[in-house]
Design a protein around this ligand. Structure first.
Ligand code: 5GP
Ligand code: MN
Length: 317
């Protein structure tokens, strides 16, 4: 942590990137650190490999995220990532070292590849936002309402609204502190969860229609094809914000919930969720992905049918 603080203090210009298909924790922790660094007079540029879903428009700096291509000609003192488990997930078209002198990697994924020059990983943290709050405290920056809002979005979304097993007393203590900074939790959850486009809900309907339960494998899974997206008019980002895969895990008596989502011809995104007995990070890692014990994913270069067969054989004892 001392090295993290030293690296941030030493940099005058910083570029920060979200991870692919950015979630609330990627955006929240990144925005909070960016705001804190600006309070210290630093020049911070924000990039994203994929568009930031509109549900996160309540996060300060939401408007500022630009594609990597727009910083192609620039060089920064520091390239900093929060919540990004591996270098490929930054989506940067060139090696990260071509954008800056040093690379900082702060995260809570146990499967983090430890890329970069300064690395801080705390798998005990329920969200990268928890680590970001510690960094901001150590930088000596006050957590004002704006920073609190960014951190809260990260913490609230990555703990599934403080429901997931990774949630700790520290998560709740941080939440209390953030609410004390002037946040209204009801307003924030309404902004996050009750502004869904009808197209997204129609897609959820298609996902629920596709539900398959394999009691022999202790698996429930849903499948979304490119045709489902075309029919409903929903976007890939809706899958994340609706928590589609969580519905598969809800099935009584099964241990693992999964989602297969066709991203394009010959490319399928697999999401895995576990109730606790199965380490899905290990399963995802065996397919070139990663994540946490209870939430993991991988991108598979195959057809939807092949991906379904791969999933079933993955769970076969
Ligand atoms: P999701 O299923 O919501 O996309 O991801 C669940 C968890 O698995 C997240 O913590 C995410 O970082 C991780 N994850 C998802 N896809 C990949 C992947 O392709 N590679 C790696 N390393 N982690 C992934
Ligand atoms: Mn994330």
């Amino acid at each position: 942590m001392r090295e993290v603080i030293a690296a941030l203090r030493a940099a005058k210009t910083v570029v920060m990137s979200l991870h692919r298909q950015p979630d609330g924790d990627s955006i929240g922790s990144t925005a909070a650190i960016a705001l804190a660094l600006r309070r210290l007079g630093k020049d911070v540029t924000l990039v994203t490999p994929d568009p930031v879903p509109k549900v996160y428009d309540l996060v300060p700096t939401y408007q500022e995220f630009v594609p990597w291509e727009s910083v192609a000609e620039r060089r920064f003192d520091l390239v900093a990532m929060f919540d990004c488990a591996d270098e490929r997930r930054t989506g940067a078209p060139s090696d990260l070292t071509s954008y800056g002198a040093r690379v900082l990697n702060v995260d809570h994924h146990a499967t983090n590849t430890c890329f970069g020059d300064v690395v801080f990983i705390d798998p005990q943290a329920a969200a990268s936002a928890e680590i970001a709050a510690r960094v901001i405290d150590q930088l000596g920056v006050t957590i004002d309402r704006e920073i609190a809002l960014a951190l809260y979005v990260g913490l609230e979304t990555d703990t599934g609204g403080f429901r997931y097993a990774a949630t700790t007393p520290d998560s709740h203590r941080l939440a209390a502190r953030l609410l004390d900074a002037g946040l209204e939790p009801g307003e924030i959850s309404q902004a996050l969860y009750e502004r869904q486009a009808v197209s997204g809900l129609r897609l959820l309907g298609a996902a629920l229609q596709s539900l398959q339960v394999r009691e022999d494998l202790s698996l429930a899974y849903v499948v979304l094809s490119a045709a489902d997206f075309a029919r409903s008019g929903a976007a890939a980002a809706d899958v994340e914000t609706l928590g589609v895969v969580d519905y598969a895990r809800r099935v009584d008596g099964i241990e693992v919930g999964a989602l297969l989502r066709e991203e394009g011809p010959g490319q399928v995104k697999l999401s895995l969720r576990s109730k606790g007995l199965v380490d899905v990070a290990r399963l995802a890692a065996s397919l070139g992905g990663g994540g946490h014990e209870r939430a993991a994913g991988a991108t598979l270069a195959m057809s939807l049918q092949e991906a379904e067969a791969t999933l079933l054989s993955l769970l076969r004892p």
